[in-house]
Design a protein around this ligand. Structure first.
Ligand SMILES: NC(=O)c1ccc[n+]([C@@H]2O[C@H](COP(=O)([O-])OP(=O)(O)OC[C@H]3O[C@@H](n4cnc5c(N)ncnc54)[C@H](OP(=O)(O)O)[C@@H]3O)[C@@H](O)[C@H]2O)c1
Length: 250
């Protein structure tokens, strides 16, 4: 029987790529969450064309009531990917309070809300993957909120892994480097504006800092996430898998 995997951030980028990968490789049933109904519907259609099936649910991961409402109407799940996230600069000497709160609410409390809401639908053998970042591994000036949230997410994965392994549920995180999505393009634009460089200059330097000298495609990250979701993965528990082309070696 096809596995049923819930993905937040299924409308775009890495979440969408995960959905398509699972549809293509195992004809999975995807439960896709996001705020943009049109983009979710487009992912669901692409999932069907790739051999899977999909349901979509408009939801903001900061809205616990909405998540709990969706959980009530779902059947059993085999896996959960918390990919929804936002990014941006929050300089400590700038007017950053509201955005700091929004990033923490979406990128750290959001995955917590998601796991809490859908845990009752995951039985023994369930797999949870939290999407952190290389900015969960080291600090970057101007990105205090995002770094705090993504470091926190790795801590959350470690704690939940030990809390849930007794129920047969395996929890891990991934830490992607630069991935070619809307988020990365916005990041390049913001860094260029903040540093007085052009976007191609910022991108060239960012790619030069990666040992493999390029950004990754969302499909490549999906491949790593799919490995953690695989029932065959029983060894990787409470770990953070670096998917960054050699940037972080710990
Ligand atoms: N791109 C990179 O270089 C990179 C590197 C490391 C880690 N990551 C992480 O990877 C994850 C996916 O990022 P991406 O690059 O795919 O970004 P993206 O293309 O901007 O997509 C972000 C996704 O998150 C969803 N989302 C954002 N806020 C949400 C909210 N409050 N409630 C529900 N859904 C929400 C968006 O859906 P709607 O707009 O439909 O709500 C969208 O599907 C994020 O957690 C990000 O931090 C990205």
């Amino acid at each position: 029987m096809a596995r049923s995997i819930l993905i937040t951030g299924g409308s775009r980028g890495i979440g969408r790529a995960c959905a398509l990968h699972l549809a293509r490789t195992e004809a999975a049933h995807l439960v896709l969450l996001g705020r943009d109904a049109q983009a979710l519907a487009a992912t669901a259609e692409a999932v069907r064309q790739a051999g899977g099936t999909a349901d979509t649910h408009g939801a903001d991961v900061t809205d616990r009531t909405r998540l709990a409402g969706i959980a009530k109407v779902l059947g059993p799940l085999d896996g959960l990917v918390a990919a929804a996230g936002i990014s941006g600069m929050t300089p400590v000497d700038g007017d950053s309070d509201a955005f700091f709160d929004e990033i923490l609410a979406t990128d750290l409390t959001g995955p917590w809300n998601t796991v809490r809401a859908f845990l009752p639908r995951l039985g023994s053998g369930g797999r949870i993957v939290l999407v952190s970042s290389v900015l969960g591994r080291f600090g970057v000036p101007g990105y205090g909120a995002y770094c705090a949230a993504k470091h926190g997410l790795i801590g959350l994965a470690k704690a939940l892994a030990l809390e849930l392994i007794g129920q047969g549920i395996v929890v891990n995180a991934v830490a992607p480097g630069w991935v070619d999505t809307d988020m990365a393009q916005t990041g390049i634009r913001q860094i260029a504006a903040a540093t007085g460089r052009t976007e191609p200059q910022v991108r060239a330097q960012a790619e030069g800092d990666v040992p493999v000298k390029r950004f990754f495609q969302p499909e490549e990250i999906a491949h790593g996430i799919a490995w953690l979701l695989d029932p065959a993965n029983t060894m990787q528990v409470g770990q953070c898998l670096n998917l960054d082309g050699g940037v972080v070696q710990a």
